[in-house]
Write a protein that binds this ligand. Structure first.
Ligand SMILES: *Cc1c(COP(=O)(O)O)cnc(C)c1O
Length: 387
């Protein structure tokens, strides 16, 4: 039996919609990309959504739209994928790394408040909704991340690469911060192969990102090719980027989006299964469980080995692999990556929780194609190997 870490399900209308694009004779950005934008903005309840070619591009556009300048400082959690920090460097700004909370793997309001006291000159925060668990943007009692940032004049970009669909306080991630960035990379909760989406309720940011997405051209290039009017002329307002999403990719995304809720339902069921089946595994620390399990996107199911376990994390990964079970690790923290460690003289002792998570955690398979038998097999082996 084999249970790979990830498997992508393209069993819906993917091939049909791709064929439509091929038949249309126009393969790059057009009506399919626009359709995907409209559907997602309607679904999450954001005023503007723009389809782009990756979440990394989305975050670059977002920081540009917020006016992050060379030499500026941006809060970034240390426990994230390298893209979250690298986009800050694209603009010549500097990431100020934050440690994360041991239970949620994300920044907490306490960590953020302390960081603002220590670094009053930071004007931007990138929040990562780790694994698909929405960070506490708003809370029903007291201050959430939004309140704290509003009070300190800090703008928020959300790295929601894991967080479609995720909710907190009854609203979807994508409607809280100034700008939110989603990923449709191959193994994310829905895919376009490569792709991403940026959402905002701010029309000024939306206009800027729309222009910068395509070379800084001052108007819609799709209109340029479809309008009957004499529309060859355009102007350029800034040296923009080439970040648009092709309709070939959007075709896959539309088919995936049709099944987003069904795929999410199954991931929630997988998470529920793990919580129940692994409750008795005393050497495993299970992930933070939100009150409503379905408010979590469940892109990742990260567990940690506690100190009493007779195996190291690496040994466990190896043993599971020998039995045909794929796992992964999220993440080698930014402060451990040579470029950032050397450039900023970073020291692991300043990030104790990120360190602990990175050294003891592994992520279990969680996707809609997992069968009950797959889940039983993973759990039985985990319990046996960590007993
Ligand atoms: C996947 C991922 C990204 C990058 O997404 P791309 O679409 O591949 O650019 C950024 N941040 C996090 C946390 C991710 O997991």
């Amino acid at each position: 039996m084999k249970v790979p870490y990830a498997r992508i399900d393209c069993s819906g209308n993917e091939a049909k919609y791709i064929a439509e694009v091929l038949d249309s004779g126009w393969l790059t950005t057009a009506s399919k990309a626009k359709d995907l934008e409209d559907r997602i903005s309607q679904y999450i309840g954001a005023d503007f959504c723009l389809a782009v070619n990756s979440c990394t591009s989305a975050m670059h556009l977002a920081l540009d739209a917020l006016g992050v300048e060379r030499g500026a400082k941006v809060f970034v959690p240390s426990l994230t994928f390298t893209a979250t920090a690298e986009v800050v460097r694209y603009l010549g700004a500097h990431p100020v790394l934050l440690d994360v909370d041991l239970s949620t793997n994300a920044i907490s309001t306490d960590i953020l408040k302390e960081a603002i006291e220590q670094h009053p000159d930071v004007e931007t925060l990138i929040v990562v909704h780790f694994g698909g668990l929405a960070a506490p943007m708003t809370v029903s009692d007291g201050e959430g991340i939004l309140d704290i940032c509003n009070n300190s004049g800090i703008k928020i970009v959300e790295d929601a690469a894991h967080a479609l669909p995720a909710q907190t306080n009854d609203a979807f991630v994508g409607t809280f911060g100034d700008i939110t960035c989603f990923s449709f990379y191959a193994n994310k909760t829905m895919t376009t192969g490569e792709g991403g989406m940026v959402s905002t309720n701010n029309p000024v940011y939306a206009t800027r990102m729309k222009q910068m997405r395509l070379h800084g051209i001052d108007r819609d290039v799709w209109n340029r090719f479809t309008s009957d009017s004499n529309s060859w002329e355009y102007d350029v307002i800034a040296p923009g980027f080439k970040y648009n999403m092709a309709d070939l990719n959007a075709a896959v995304g539309l088919a995936q989006f049709e099944r987003l809720e069904a795929m999410h339902d199954r991931r929630v069921a997988c998470a529920r299964w793990y919580f129940e089946a692994l409750a008795s595994a005393t050497n495993l620390q299970l992930p933070h469980q939100p009150d409503v399990l379905a408010s979590h996107a469940w892109h990742l199911y990260p567990i940690r080995l506690n100190d009493r376990c007779n195996k190291s994390r690496n040994e466990l990964i190896e043993s599971l692999a020998q039995r045909g079970i794929g796992t992964s690790v999220h993440y080698k923290p930014i402060h451990r990556l040579t470029y950032y460690a050397e450039k900023y003289g970073l020291d692991a002792v300043d990030f104790p929780n990120s360190e602990k998570i990175w050294q003891t955690s592994l992520s279990l398979p969680i996707y809609n194609l997992l069968s009950d038998e797959d889940l039983e097999f993973v759990c039985a082996n985990l319990i046996e190997l960590t007993a």
